[in-house]
Design a protein around this ligand. Sequence first.
Ligand code: SF4
Length: 202
Amino acid sequence: MEQRDYEQLADRLKRRGFIPHIAASKEEAKAQILDIAGNGSVGFGGSSGIHSLGIYETLKEQGNDVFWHWKDEDKAAARRKAFDADVYLCTANALTMAGEIVEIDGTGNRVGAMIFGPEKIIVVAAENKLAADVESGIAQIKKNVCSGNARRLKMKTPCAATGSCGNCISGDSMCRVTVVFSQPTRNAKEFHVILLQEALGL
Ligand code: SF4
C-alpha cells in the first residue's frame, strides 16, 4: 500500500475518534509505543507480533509495571492486572480500509480490556492485517490467525487440522466473540492505532 493510502486510512481512523500514527518500520512502531506508554503500567493482550517487538522486556528494564499472561506465572492474575493497567497494548486482528478494527477472541480478556479496561489503548495494525471490509477481515482472521494459534496451542479445531474454518462452536473453539470497533468506546480516553507499514505476526 502506498504512503498516500496510509494517510487516507489515518484520516478515516481520526474521523472515527481513534488517534492514528504511521510507522514505517517495527523499530519506529516500538519507539512510538514506548513514547505513548510513558512511565505508566502496561497490560498486554496475547500477540506473537507484540512478543517479537521485545516491548515487554524494554518496559520492564526501564521500570514500568507490566502485566502479561504470556510471561507471568499466574496467568489469571496477569489478565486481571492488565485490565486495570494505565495502558493496554495489543494488535488488531484486522483493520478495514474504512478504519474499523476487528478482533476475534476466545477468553475475552483482550476485547474486554479494549472495551472497558484501561483508558489508554494502543493497537498495532500491521500491513498484513489490512482488509477490504469487516466480512473479509473476519475470513482473513480465521484463515491466518485462528488456525495458526490453534496449532500453536494444540487445540483440536477444524482450522488446526485442515487450515480451513469449520465454524466450530464448542470444545476448543477460539472464536467465541467477534468485536468490531467502529469507534473507541466512551471508556477509552486515548485509543491509539499504529499503522505499521510492515507485516507483523500471523
Ligand atoms: S470457528 Fe473454529 S474452526 Fe473456525 S477459525 Fe475459529 S477455531 Fe478455527
